[in-house]
Ligand binder design. Structure first.
Ligand SMILES: O=C(O)CCC(=O)C(=O)O
Ligand SMILES: [Fe+2]
Length: 243
């Protein structure tokens, strides 16, 4: 379905790649229904609470665990790392476009390691984000915006947090797509011009051979996740390592 080697090359050459529509409409409806319950548990949306987030997702919403076990997505990241893939952080946010301000997230990166004085000298990203855009990413639902980068380009900020940056790309993806990006990629997001909910969930991933801790690492240890791990080898691999 996808040429995973060329997807991995895109991550190396421009910082990110897209796996289009890896979750079908039935799966997307299941996700929306799980998030409906999770948002109600947090008292729902209001002008005081236009965005509801879940960190760690696998503690707040362990029923989302099976969706992490999507082989093609995990295989793409294995190609990026040239290693088996470890899930190091899970999270989610649901944005209510009818209530949020213009900016969903300001420009930021998730790179948290020291950069050598001579600059980055990596063969592969140490860690990526893989976000699932349940409703897509576009002007209607609210776009993810990235600043493309080469693997070892400088991680320095290229502008002010609230501004448009030269070279920025509004990432347009259909519902159910995965966006995989290096933690060194600067990104932000904007409100959509609809009043729909924008469901976003995902994780941070590292290769199993790279045990370096990161400040955003979080846990996924509860009986529901344990039961899914017993059933789903892909999930077990992500959380416990290769068999
Ligand atoms: O809202 C978005 O698309 C960006 C979310 C984000 O910054 C993240 O997942 O780290
Ligand atoms: Fe981010």
């Amino acid at each position: 379905m996808f040429d995973l080697k060329s997807k991995a090359r895109e991550v190396i050459e421009r910082g990110y790649c897209v796996l289009e529509s890896v979750y079908d409409e039935r799966e997307r409806e299941q996700m929306r229904s799980i998030f409906k319950g999770l948002c109600d548990d947090k008292d729902g949306f209001s002008s005081e609470q236009p965005t509801i987030s879940f960190h760690p997702l696998l503690e707040w919403g362990p029923k989302m665990a099976p969706f992490f076990a999507k082989a093609v997505v995990v295989d793409a990241m294995a190609e990026v790392f040239q290693d088996d893939v470890r899930l190091a952080h899970s999270g989610a946010a649901v944005f209510n476009n009818g209530l949020v301000g213009e900016t969903l997230t300001h420009w930021h990166v998730h790179y948290a390691w020291e950069v050598p004085p001579t600059g980055l000298q990596r063969d592969n990203p140490e860690r990526v984000l893989c976000n699932i855009y349940v409703d897509g990413s576009d002007p209607h639902i609210g776009p993810l915006i990235v600043l493309p980068r080469g693997l070892n380009d400088s991680v320095e900020s290229k502008g002010d947090v609230g501004e448009e940056w030269e070279g920025q790309v509004e990432v347009t993806v259909p519902p159910g797509s995965a966006v995989i990006f290096d933690t060194a990629v600067w990104h932000c997001s904007k409100r959509g011009n609809s009043s729909e909910l924008r469901h976003l969930w995902g994780g941070h991933y590292q290769g199993w051979n790279n045990p370096t801790p990161h400040p955003e690492d979080n846990t996924a240890e509860n009986p529901t996740v344990a039961a899914y791990k017993a059933e789903l080898p892909v999930l077990r691999g992500l959380l416990e390592g290769p068999a």
